[in-house]
Design a protein around this ligand. Sequence first.
Ligand code: KIV
Ligand code: ZN
Length: 399
Amino acid sequence: MKKKRIKIFDTSLRDGEQIPGCKLKTKEKIKIAKKLEELGVDVIEAGFPISSPGDYNSVQEISKNISNSVVCALSRALEKDINIAWNAIKFAKKPRIHTGIGTSNYHIRYKFNSNKEKIIEIAEKAVKYAKKFTEDVEFYAEDAGRTENIFLAIVCEKVIKSGATVINIPDTTGYCLPKEYGEKINFLKENVKGIHKVILSTHCHNDLGLATANSLYGVINGAEQVECTINGIGERAGNTSLEEIVMIMKQNPSLNFYTSIKTRQLTDVSSLVSKYTGIKIQANKAIVGMNAFSHSSGIHQDGVIKNKVTYESINPRDVGVDRSSIVLTARSGRAALSYRYKKLGIILNKSSLDLVYSIFLEYADKNIEITDKELMIILEKAKLNKKNFLHSDIRINVI
Ligand code: KIV
Ligand code: ZN
């Protein structure tokens, strides 16, 4: 079966930047955008130009500096927003306006004090207006996750007729379960006239930790674009993490999906985004966390030293990490200790390893992690214990 290409829409510079405490300078945004383009993302959502003059300027500069990826600007379903969005992206080789409105009863009633008929009218008008500037118009049905499928289908049909080329189905509050979100996409695929003419896009938030799973169920059910951010940054608990959804597709050939992402650049891009946004990556974050490829418990280390396949399902090189690491903690065993000494060019026989290991455990219980420098101190301490430790017990290899 022919593999299906899934487009990657990165919104680190828009939804990602909405994270509290994050403030990116224009220069930094341009650098990130260029890295995203190099990484191979199909669409870069550069910002929300009406939100501030600074954001407008950044979006404009990004538009001038990017040539392969589509550059997209967000707007509400208002003419003044769309005008400003267009002015900011008009220099882009491939410009896209991303406009939309809330479609759930919560949004219609409490945000807009309106009704379904009026919402449809506003949506149609906004898409038609955006089409005056560019062929590529994406419509978002905000809070689609909590919108009844029948009404959502009507909205989609109307905006397709108005000229939308992409329809975004955001689970804005991270409310859906994967099966439910997948069924929503499937419902739209089966019930919206003209749906085959547009690209359906997922946009999932991570309030229940389900953003990546929901996006996956979205593509399994027919969505062709995933909106996501590097390191999963974004409003509240964040968005679908780009590195996770891309690696899920790469690691599971039976899904029959592929993306244009050059996965070996993932770790670099992740570090750059973390550095500029000031948002640290949690150590156990899938794919790009500091511990994603380190082994610390004795049982796992023993297995990995024998053959990596025992505890590694992802090749670290595929995401730009040279090799996995064996971290020495109080949970580590002799195999890992001997392995780390070997890396330093020191080979210990069984009796010396036993002695070094007992001293190592004393150190490890007091420290989080034992470094190479500490390993040498431990070795010296063991040598002082002349009764049990002969110099002939160790071999120093020149490395
Ligand atoms: O989460 C959301 O609904 C959004 C839209 C504005 C696209 O970010
Ligand atoms: Zn969002």
